[in-house]
Design a protein around this ligand. Structure first.
Ligand code: GDP
Length: 390
């Protein structure tokens, strides 16, 4: 717990990310595998989490489905990290919800089925991510299908991956703002693409494979010899994906420098503008709400991202738009899918708030002294291309 409070004060050790995918490409299975692999939070608990029985896993999954956010603790390069996975809806009918989630994310893990490749909803979510300046990395899932169903050779598997990456970069080229078009294209060689199976819980990037001396022929062998479990032990999916997210998606203080000018149209040279650009924990409180859940015991819980300032239990907050002022009864951080009461949450982090029942997803809530500032920009919904069947 104290560990987490400490990490929170070091934005470079925080990542706010979410998983995006075309339906059935494996978003849910990937999230499950991350939660099971990384455990609820601490590495000590993680060992135990692997020993969970079926009933406990089901309970955890139920909680996952209801959670607005899942925070995972992960050690990388000798440092602890807090990775906040913001809930993104699985189906594009709820495109609006995807956009609300993107507002509080800085990075996205896009999951693509290796057989189907980039599909219409992949395009929609990537386009929305670009609209909100959320930087993507790619997980090419269901590699087992290339081996078992399509029976591809190592060379053909490589070609397939190259072709998916090319299509994906085509989307970046089409939808990223000019200044990010080149910077945000993903590269297999830089470790911005992971390949694996969410179902079998293994994943690997090309630099990792090169370092370990693993080739596609070894992976095919593992499937033929029924030794996929060993692959999952050597290259656990959660380690690969969390490493990729830490290395290749921005921390909140870096992301806010280019995201704020796009999502907030106030004066960037004012004190508030500067606090937002820097994710200043000492600035005035500004929060964007991404989701409101009903807790059967506590009441309505608003989850959102603190873009500036530090919110404490007992603080007064003002909802821009509806102009309601309320006192915060409790502030929480997420640990795994659970909410844990904490005294304060600072800029760059995801907070859950009790006491502000009037807040809705998409709202901006602020310290009462700055009630005159403009709210965050309206979320822009992008709908699916309309397909007419003759
Ligand atoms: P979502 O709609 O994106 O959340 O997709 P799900 O996670 O529900 O997965 C859709 C289907 O793909 C389910 O039947 C999963 O069991 C299956 N699936 C997920 N990962 C893999 C994988 O690595 N290999 C194979 N063959 N199937 C997978």
């Amino acid at each position: 717990m104290e560990d987490v409070m400490e990490i929170m004060r070091h934005p470079d050790q925080v990542r706010n990310v979410g998983t995006l995918a075309h339906v059935d490409h494996g978003k849910t299975t990937t999230s499950d595998s991350l939660l099971m692999g990384a455990g609820l939070l601490s590495p000590k608990v993680a060992g135990k989490a692997l020993a969970l029985d079926y009933v406990e896993i089901e309970q955890l999954r139920q909680m996952t489905v209801k959670a607005a956010n899942i925070s995972l603790y992960f050690e990388y390069g000798g440092k602890p990290y807090l990775i906040n996975f913001i809930d993104t809806p699985g189906h594009v009918d709820f495109t609006g919800h995807v956009t609300r989630s993107l507002r509080v994310m800085d990075g996205a893990l896009v999951v693509v089925d290796s057989v189907e490749g980039v599909m219409t909803q992949t395009e929609t979510v990537v386009r929305q991510a670009m609209e909100e300046l959320v930087r993507p990395v790619l997980f090419i899932n269901k590699i087992d299908r290339l081996i078992k169903e399509l029976r591809l050779s190592p060379n053909e598997i490589m070609q397939r991956i190259v072709s998916i990456v090319k299509d994906f970069n085509g989307l970046i080229d089409m939808y990223a703002p000019p200044e990010f078009k080149d910077k945000w294209k993903i590269s297999v060689d830089k470790g911005q693409v992971a390949l694996g199976s969410a179902l079998a819980k293994w994943g690997i990037t090309i630099p990792m494979a090169a370092k370990a001396g693993i080739k596609f022929s070894n992976i095919i062998d593992a499937y033929e010899k029924d030794a996929v479990g060993e692959l999952a032990q050597e290259f656990p999916l959660h380690v690969t994906l969390l490493t990729m997210l830490i290395e290749h998606t921005p921390p909140p203080n870096v992301a806010q420098r280019y995201r704020i000018p796009k999502i907030w149209k106030g004066d960037l040279n004012s004190d508030i503008g500067k606090a937002l650009l820097e994710a200043d924990p000492n600035g005035p409180t500004v929060i964007a709400v991404s989701k409101v859940n009903k807790d059967p015991h506590a009441g309505l819980i608003a989850t959102g991202r603190v873009f500036s300032g530090t919110i404490h239990e007992g603080d007064e907050l003002f909802v821009l738009g509806t102009k309601v002022q309320k006192r915060i009864l409790q502030t929480y951080l997420y640990m795994g899918p659970n909410r844990v009461i904490v005294p304060a949450v600072s800029a760059g982090n995801i907070v859950a708030l009790l006491g502000i029942d009037e807040a809705r997803a998409g709202d901006t809530i602020v310290a009462p002294q700055i009630r005159e500032i403009p709210p965050f920009e309206k979320l822009r919904y992008i709908s699916e291309p309309v397909v007419t069947v003759a």
